[in-house]
Design a protein around this ligand. Structure first.
Ligand SMILES: Nc1ncnc2c1ncn2[C@@H]1O[C@H](COP(=O)(O)OP(=O)(O)OP(=O)(O)O)[C@@H](O)[C@H]1O
Ligand SMILES: [Mg+2]
Length: 296
């Protein structure tokens, strides 16, 4: 397996496209702050030691405990709630704030899809080897394992093959080893099914960030941001918010991707090229296109 097959894509950070996508996300700042506050001590270890020396004249013992944490972030939630776009956006903003470069490696789902049990361990080994290579004094390397349940499934499942269990063990061991890079490598894992993820991995996560379908305020922000200039009135926006919420949809509202990748494009397609994008068009599309089912 060479690197071009293990990774779906490799992005150098900072990256203008990634930033643009992140800036368009509703609620991104709050998510970034949470991850950043949690990881800033891990990724700026030199700064932390300097701070301790400056204010206390010693390296405080408490730093050992802090620096002993795992640089692992778990992103959990339903399909289309923004886990993947948020991960790269957070990585991008993190390197910008630190004034460093970054390297974002996205582990391919294609390789895992082939179901070559014996290969899973190799895949994990190769991915972490590359991660270590790319992590440097001036550069933070991020490894993103999307749909991590495909690799990190709990070992307590009975149907699990020996080779798959071995791959989970390897993954855990690699996460442990990454600590020796002193914050120059960060691992993000995303999953639709947090309850399938191995307990040892859950326990190591510095942050578990849950992603939900957008609430009322978030839907309103999304509609008003993306439909600015259409002339749609505030009352009509409120109606769109209501129509896409759980109360009008048997308890399950529209996901972010239902709105951005289905409703909005369909409404534009229905209006183009002969009429303006109106509240009525949106209302009709919403009636026709239902929210995606929840993954359980
Ligand atoms: N916070 C948000 N604000 C605006 N749009 C969003 C937000 N989160 C997600 N989206 C939209 O939903 C799309 C899907 O997001 P993304 O692929 O990150 O979901 P996901 O949680 O990784 O889903 P899956 O579990 O299916 O991989 C994005 O391309 C974007 O258009
Ligand atoms: Mg995703």
């Amino acid at each position: 397996m060479n690197n071009s097959t293990i990774f779906d894509n490799i992005t150098e950070l900072p990256n203008a496209d990634v930033k643009r996508r992140a800036d368009a996300l509703v609620g991104f700042n709050k998510r970034f702050e949470r991850v950043h506050n949690n990881l800033k001590l891990l990724i700026d270890q030199e700064g932390l030691i300097e701070w301790s020396n400056k204010h206390h004249k010693v390296k405080l013992p408490v730093l050992e405990t802090i620096l002993d944490r795992y640089p692992l972030v778990l992103l959990a939630g339903d399909a289309g709630t923004g886990k993947t776009v948020s991960a790269e956006g957070i990585a991008d903003r993190m390197v910008r704030e630190l004034g460093k470069d970054g390297f974002f490696l996205k582990l391919s789902t294609r390789v895992r899809g082939e179901g070559l049990h014996g290969q899973m361990g190799n895949l994990v080994n190769n991915a972490f080897d590359r991660l270590k290579q790319e992590a440097g004094k001036k550069r933070i390397a991020f490894l993103f394992i999307d749909e991590a349940d495909a690799i990190a499934t709990t070992r307590s499942t009975h149907q699990m093959h020996q080779e798959e269990k071995a791959a989970v063990n390897t993954l855990i061991q690699k996460i442990d080893e990454i600590r020796s890079l002193n914050g120059r490598a960060i691992i993000f894992m995303s999953t639709n099914r947090l309850h399938f993820i191995d307990e040892a991995i859950i326990r190591r996560a510095a942050i578990i960030m849950e992603f939900e379908r957008p609430d009322e305020n978030e839907r309103k922000e999304l509609f008003t941001k993306t439909l600015d200039g259409t002339g749609i009135k505030d009352k009509e926006f409120d109606k769109l918010v209501e129509l896409t919420g759980p109360d009008k949809n048997n308890g399950l509202g529209y996901s972010f991707s239902d709105l951005t990748l289905k409703i909005l494009p369909e409404a534009v397609a229905e209006s183009f090229p002969n009429k303006p994008l109106s509240f009525e068009v949106l209302e009709n599309v919403i009636k026709r296109v239902k929210p995606s089912p929840q993954i359980i």
